[in-house]
Design a protein around this ligand. Structure first.
Ligand code: SME
Length: 166
């Protein structure tokens, strides 16, 4: 397994994703444990971008339960059914990526940290159901865009291929 990351922080956001995605593939493809891989992915994204909070929530029945993450203490469970809560619950039910440029304008946003100002949540869909979500929070408004969406969806496809085979 790769022992150290190579991240050149003078690159553009897209270039940083292009640098880390192959490394994430290399690091995770030899390991079959989902939690171990999610833990390293959260660490890599955090090292690359240093956002406030970067982590995963995993489907557990009618809720999402906190998984591997980097950042401050977070809420443990987020309802998905019968009524979804927060950006994470909504993305899970709608089965699509949600970019929230200003969390104060998203009705029902769950403020795990009062420092969070914008957020992106990317679901991993398997057999017509959200199995987990990646949530990244920033201290700045308007931090996430279609570049993050594109690469983070590619990242979720890597996780899906490794762990949620048909
Ligand atoms: N803000 C999220 C909750 C998770 S934390 O921010 C880590 C939401 O509204 O779903």
């Amino acid at each position: 397994m790769v022992e150290a990351l190579t991240i050149n922080k003078n690159l553009s956001k897209a270039e940083i994703y292009e640098e880390i995605l192959p490394q994430i593939k290399a690091i995770t493809e030899g390991e079959e444990n989902l939690v171990a891989n999610l833990a390293n992915i959260a660490a890599i994204l955090n090292e690359a971008f240093g956002h406030l909070w970067t982590g995963f929530y995993l489907r557990d029945g009618k809720t999402l339960v906190l998984g591997p993450f980097q950042g401050p203490l977070a809420c443990t469970r987020i309802p998905v059914e019968p009524v979804p809560r927060g950006v994470c619950g909504t993305a899970a039910v709608e089965m699509k990526t949600l970019i929230v440029p200003d969390v104060e304008k998203f009705a029902g946003h769950i403020a795990c940290s009062s420092l969070s100002r914008s957020e992106i949540v990317v679901p991993l869909i398997h057999n017509g159901r959200t199995e987990l979500v990646l949530d990244v929070d920033s201290i700045n408004t308007d931090m996430f865009d279609e570049t993050d969406q594109k690469y983070l969806e590619q990242l979720m496809a890597v996780i899906s291929k490794n762990h949620f085979v048909q």
